[in-house]
Design a protein around this ligand. Structure first.
Ligand code: PHE
Length: 479
């Protein structure tokens, strides 16, 4: 409707000088007309110049408003007060009485003259028509709230280079129907706007833990390690503890520390002759060891649990390696989830990811362990390391690993390591001169430090903010 009016008008007239006037004359809102103008301008059908003017809204003087609100037969004061509002009524009545335009007859207000000349309104109309008056006059009118300044935005229009009296609707796409009917020959097509912004693509993002995991995985691969299969969260106590020479009374095997399973509470499948050897080494020792000297129970070893460390997987791998005809040296790694029945706080959950490295070869020493740890951790960006003697039931010697953190300006514990005990390796059947060096650390700790996350619940679990995952920068370790 507005488009038809504009194009029709421009067919016989050179220009539309004022879009506001035009909108009023054809009876459409200016916003609607403006949209049409923008679209026509985009297709160069019209030339549109923006024009801005300053304009005063004319209210008229209170006395004139007062006068014109009085019908010839008169009106009651109260009705008039309601009609005009108290302010205009008060100011208007005084001025109109002074001008001798009106008279009060008891409760009635009546006109005393036929018509009045509203000087103020005349002045304002003249100002709006471009007459120049002094600032003082304007300010005075503003102060009396008789005028309000408005910025007026509109357009003047002329025919554009591609003017048509009636616009054909341009098609967005060439369709099968256009081709079949042949009307593509006369059809106008919208041009491609290659500068238009495309909608944001919704894609998946790697969780920060997975980003760091991939980086660490790459480090292991660069160092010649193979990945161990860690796809079983449920493990038997045998592989999680017994095979690691961890005695059955050890406090870690308490339900306060470990999650045991209620359903499928026992494993059925344990290698019998190996189990016998494990029992013997716990009870009586052997291979130069005195053992623990207690009554080892199969029932305890059969209890299923959520693995408390990925060292259970390393143990299975070493056992499998020992079953091979000829020994081959191996470097294994794994990064996966482990579970511990721990008090949950800002830095601990009941589950976390463990990173584990294992090297199995003849004649390995503690020096090899220290060397490989220095190599591994320097690739993570931690080149200042210190080692502290520690204890694990399955390693001797054992060392806690500390790294100097430049940001925190202190030594922080970054992992645990050691050489697997003969009581663990020899019952498996590994050759006597084969040693195994290994270390473990959590994936969460370095991730939190790298991404500056102080509460583990912001990193893992139901409270994680998806935007954090979406916006986190990719991880590059050691750079
Ligand atoms: N299993 C140990 C832990 O849970 C880590 C470790 C792995 C220690 C291998 C020594 C050797 O912390």
């Amino acid at each position: 409707m507005a488009e038809k009016a504009v194009l029709g008008f421009l067919q016989t007239n050179d220009q539309i000088s004022d879009s506001h006037q035009f909108a009023a004359s054809v009876g459409v809102g200016h916003t609607e007309l403006e949209n049409v103008i923008k679209s026509l301008k985009g297709f160069e059908i019209v030339d549109a110049q923006e024009i801005t003017r300053e304009k005063y809204m004319v209210n008229g003087s209170p006395e004139a408003l007062f006068f014109s609100a009085i019908p010839p037969e008169g009106i009651s004061r109260n009705t008039l007060k309601e009609k005009l509002g108290i302010e205009t009524f008060d100011i208007g009545s005084k001025a109109a009485a002074k001008n001798k335009w009106i008279a009060f007859d008891k409760d009635l207000v009546k006109r005393k003259v036929e018509s009045v000349e509203d000087e103020v309104k005349n002045l304002l109309t003249r100002i709006n028509n471009g007459e120049v008056v002094s600032d003082q006059v304007i300010n005075d009118l503003k102060r009396r709230k008789l005028i309000v300044k408005q910025t007026w935005k509109g357009y003047s229009l002329k025919r554009g280079p591609k003017y048509v009296s009636k616009r054909k609707k341009a098609a967005t796409d060439l369709t099968r129907e256009h081709i079949v009917s042949g009307d593509w020959k006369n059809q106008e097509f919208k041009e491609y706007n290659v500068n238009a912004e495309a909608p944001a693509i919704q894609v998946g993002y790697l969780h920060s833990l997975l980003e760091v995991r991939e980086e660490i995985q790459n480090i292991f691969l660069q160092m010649g390690f193979e990945e161990m299969p860690t796809n079983n969260f449920v493990e038997s106590s045998f592989w999680n503890f017994d095979a690691l020479f961890q005695p059955q009374q050890h406090p870690a095997r308490d339900s306060h520390d470990t999650f045991f399973l209620e359903t499928a509470d026992r494993t059925k499948d344990l290698p019998e002759d190996y189990l016998e050897k494990v029992k013997r080494v716990h009870e009586f020792g052997g291979y130069g060891s005195k053992g623990y000297g207690y009554d080892w129970k199969r029932d305890e070893a059969e209890k299923n649990l959520l693995r408390t460390h990925t060292t259970a997987v390393s143990t299975r791998m070493l056992y499998a390696l020992a079953q091979q005809e000829t020994f081959t040296p191996k470097r294994y790694y794994s990064i996966d989830r482990v579970f511990r029945n721990e008090a949950v706080d800002r830095t601990h959950l009941a589950e976390f990811h463990q990173i584990e490295g294992v090297i199995c070869d003849r004649g390995l020493t503690l020096g090899d362990l220290i060397g490989v740890l220095e190599d591994f951790f320097s690739r993570l960006g931690m080149s200042k390391l210190r080692f502290k003697p520690a204890y694990n039931p399955y390693t001797e010697p054992s060392m806690e690993i500390f790294s100097y953190h430049d940001g925190l300006q202190k030594w922080v514990e970054v992992g645990n390591s050691g050489m697997f005990r003969p009581e663990m390796l020899l019952p498996m059947g590994l050759p006597e001169d084969v040693n195994v060096i290994a270390w473990g650390l959590s994936l969460e700790r370095p991730t939190m430090i790298l991404y500056g996350i102080s509460n583990i619940r912001d990193l893992f679990g139901p409270k994680v903010d998806f935007n954090l995952i979406k916006n986190n920068p990719i991880c590059r370790l050691g750079i």
